[in-house]
Design a protein around this ligand. Structure first.
Ligand SMILES: NC(=O)c1ccc[n+]([C@@H]2O[C@H](COP(=O)([O-])OP(=O)(O)OC[C@H]3O[C@@H](n4cnc5c(N)ncnc54)[C@H](O)[C@@H]3O)[C@@H](O)[C@H]2O)c1
Length: 260
């Protein structure tokens, strides 16, 4: 007999799932018995990623800032799996620039993808969860920089703080439908986004990428970037029955960065 998974019978929808954190969460959910729709604007890449995950995974191309695209992704999920239980608005972009050098257009774009995109995903799927009438979970990927600001982070940090506010409102409004909403706030995880940060900060400060990485890792009490499988465990916890009384929370997974 197969082992009992924490997410047996559940269907998850994850944005930004072609790579990095979203793909790691898809992997972890499937390992616990869920079936997963991986959604990303990188259509070929997300299709390949889902193919490699096997029968429990499907892929859909999505632009999270576009409500029509999100509606189509919901329809595709229901078509493939017949239901949805777990929603992970995770797609995001990073802009590393001083506030005074950030143009209003750049600021709007980061807010549009990270915050408005998360809102559109959460809204679209929450409306379905309410109609489905069996509860559900919304787990947003915010950031350490959704809890505190930092240098070269104005637009990103504003978008990630916004996600925490969005999540708290969703938690307050949806609890009566047994829909729980929480944020995971990662520190520095080993993905393309953090490698982009090394490159951009090196360019901004005139240091080498290696020096930037060394300085950053030196600030993390556990001494290294976050492994994705260890971050994904927090998403599994928030998706599972282990966290039935947890809603409206922001859980930091940062190797001790905040207290270091
Ligand atoms: N890597 C970190 O250290 C870190 C830390 C804190 C928070 N985060 C957050 O975690 C999330 C995932 O980050 P990651 O490190 O895996 O990044 P990543 O760049 O590896 O992956 C992001 C994915 O989102 C997709 N995406 C971007 N814009 C999109 C859009 N408009 N519509 C649909 N898909 C879109 C990209 O195609 C990509 O596949 C992001 O929200 C990021 O802000 C990352």
């Amino acid at each position: 007999m197969a082992d009992k998974g924490l997410l047996d019978g559940k269907v998850a929808f994850i944005t930004g799932a072609a790579q990095g954190i979203g793909l790691a969460v898809a992997n972890a959910f499937i390992a616990q018995g869920a079936r997963v729709m991986l959604a990303d604007r990188a259509g070929d890449q997300v299709a390949q990623a889902a193919g490699e995950l096997g029968d429990a995974a499907r892929a859909v191309t999505i632009e999270v800032t576009d409500e029509k695209s999100t509606n189509a992704a919901l329809a595709g999920t229901l078509d493939q799996f017949g239901r949805v239980d777990l929603v992970v608005p995770n797609a995001g972009i990073l802009l590393l620039k001083h506030a005074v050098d950030t143009t209003p257009e750049e600021f709007r774009q980061v807010i549009d993808v990270n915050l408005t995109g998360a809102f559109i995903t959460a809204r679209t799927f929450a409306r379905h969860l309410i109609d489905q009438g069996e509860g559900g979970r919304i787990i947003l990927t915010s950031s350490l920089f959704g809890l505190r600001g930092g240098r070269e982070n104005a637009s990103y940090s504003a978008s990630k703080f916004g996600m925490v506010g969005l999540m708290q409102s969703l938690a307050a409004e949806l609890a009566e439908h047994d829909i729980l909403a929480n944020c995971v706030c990662p520190g520095q995880m080993n993905t393309d986004m953090i490698r982009q940060l090394f490159r951009d900060r090196a360019q901004l400060t005139g240091q080498t990428e290696q020096a930037v990485r060394g300085a950053l890792e030196g600030r993390i009490p556990v001494g290294h970037l976050g492994p994705l499988d260890q971050l994904a465990g927090t998403f599994v916890y928030l998706a599972s029955d282990l966290s039935r009384y947890v809603t409206g929370q922001s859980i930091t997974v940062d190797g001790g960065w905040q207290i270091g």
